[in-house]
Design a protein around this ligand. Structure first.
Ligand code: RP5
Length: 165
């Protein structure tokens, strides 16, 4: 098995059904991934150890999903130089994911987290692939093909609308 290039971490296994979309996309591009539960609040020491060791293990991008008081992506970003992509998970239904979104997006100057939409794990996978594609021509062409297919799908939808002139 190839060593993972992208680490997909989440605050709880209850985030896994959302975060799977990031893994699915990356695996469809033949990018090796790992998935881990790493909690900012329940396993803070392990979180710091994970983030400090990630680059040395060959990880190039970290995708971090969390819900509620979603401190995981920001805290991880504070102890690594790797790009961190944050996915706000809608965990507390009463707040429709706004709590998660604001916890992740409002980072202080100096510590960026590229924040996706609420439950936007597929886009996190796509962004991670785009970052890796900067240094990988065959991945770049796979991504462009995927984008072309997306465009064709939208053009077909346009053509198939009943009142399209
Ligand atoms: C966060 O709390 C996790 O990221 C999860 O979204 C939320 C709820 O966790 P569980 O109580 O379901 O484990 O830390």
């Amino acid at each position: 098995m190839k060593s993972p290039l992208v680490s997909i971490i989440m605050g709880s296994s209850s985030d896994a059904s959302v975060m799977q979309a990031a893994a699915d996309f990356l695996q469809s591009m033949d990018i090796p991934v790992e998935m881990r539960v790493v909690s900012a609040h329940r396993t803070p020491v392990q979180m710091i150890e994970f983030a400090q060791a990630a680059a040395g293990r060959g990880i190039q991008v970290i995708i971090a999903g969390a819900g509620g008081a979603a401190h995981l992506p920001g805290m991880v970003a504070s102890v690594t130089h790797l790009p961190v992509i944050g996915v706000p998970v809608q965990s507390a239904k009463s707040m429709i994911g706004l709590d998660s979104l604001l916890s992740i997006v409002q980072m202080p100057a100096g510590i960026p987290v590229a924040t996706m939409a609420v439950d936007g794990a597929q886009n996190a996978g796509i962004l991670a692939a785009r970052i890796l594609a900067l240094q990988n021509e065959s991945l770049r062409s796979k991504l462009l093909q995927w984008q072309q297919a997306l465009q064709e799908k939208a053009l077909t939808q346009d053509k198939n609308l009943p009142n399209n002139s």
